[in-house]
Write a protein that binds this ligand. Sequence first.
Ligand code: NAP
Ligand code: GDD
Length: 329
Amino acid sequence: MTAAKRAFITGVTGQDGSYLAEFLLQQGYHVIGMVRRTSTVNFERIKHFQDQITLASADLLDEVSLISVLREYRPDEVYNLAAQSFVQTSWGQPVFTGDVTALGVTRLLDAIRVVDPDMRFYQASSSEMFGKVREVPQSENTPFYPRSPYGVAKVYGHWITVNYRESYHLHASSGILFNHESERRGLEFVTRKITHAVARIKLGLDHELRLGNLDARRDWGYAPDYVRAMWLMLQQDEPGDYVVATGETHSVREFAQFAFEHVGLDYRDYVVQDERFMRPAEVDLLVGDRQRAQEVLGWQPTVSFADLVRIMVDADIRSLQPSKTYVSA
Ligand code: NAP
Ligand code: GDD
């Protein structure tokens, strides 16, 4: 019998890390999840399978800690999902964002180079790198024009991954993932902010939802679909970069409209525009061309925009009203 493959995930406590860990467990992997020290435990997203994975303590800000855990666990595959990932925060904490989200990638790549350059590497690149878009839709060949300190940091992370691939022949791939959401999404991101508020309003716990730019458009998919694409990239003979997207774009306004409609309400009665949630520089339109991922990886999304909104609203209603059965409109 051959030994189980070993996968190392940074950011395992985040949305994507939790779905990727579950997916890799189903594939028979031994999963090692990297966690950083916190004063209170934040294992909300992984607690239902925590006993099936190994937790390893390290931090993207500390290269020695990365070298130590890679030496100890000797993974076959390393998935770098850890980041300061909230765009709005990146204006308030630009240096910290650069340290974790940009230089953190170099620390991890360098740790791989030193410990075992045969480890395969996945970098969580982002459609935020396209920013003020140079073409529509955006593909692997579209030039980057980031519009936030976060986007700038991700461009650095992307190119250092390409550079280590070319300099040291690492099997290092980048997934340029467009927005992907789920019931595990952080409450500060606009989709979950909306679905959580819709649930609270429907249940009589709140009366309004304050949002920023309603006209921004995103290509929104379902997170469990997207972690499958990450794994597929590391199963290829050759490393590479792939856009992962649905190919559809919708505005924040449409997301709110669908979410309120799902519970029989009109968003115009509850949504209030608030300057506090506007950004110094906005990404107006994202829509991805996933042709390469579809042809080479055989990847395509399975959840539509309308189903994504329904899944998230229903989950928020269940979580706020766990003891009662709710029938949606
Ligand atoms: P998320 O929910 O915000 O999770 C981020 C993870 O990074 C958390 O586990 C966090 O740990 C960890 N982390 C932050 N700083 C760290 C540090 N210094 N050392 C170690 N771990 C650290 O993000 P996500 O939505 O799952 O996204 C995963 C990755 O994909 C991120 O790199 C994000 O930028 C990128 N991405 C996301 C999307 C999307 O739409 N979701 C699209 C494109 C790219 P704590 O729990 O301790 O805070
Ligand atoms: N968060 C938030 N809160 N966004 C709002 C609000 C609000 O109240 N009102 C309008 N928006 C708009 C933002 O201005 C932005 O145009 C859009 O909603 C989406 O914002 P977020 O959900 O915060 O996501 P993001 O697109 O900035 O970033 C996410 O996707 C990137 C991939 O394109 C994050 O997951 C990044 O980590 C990821 O790289």
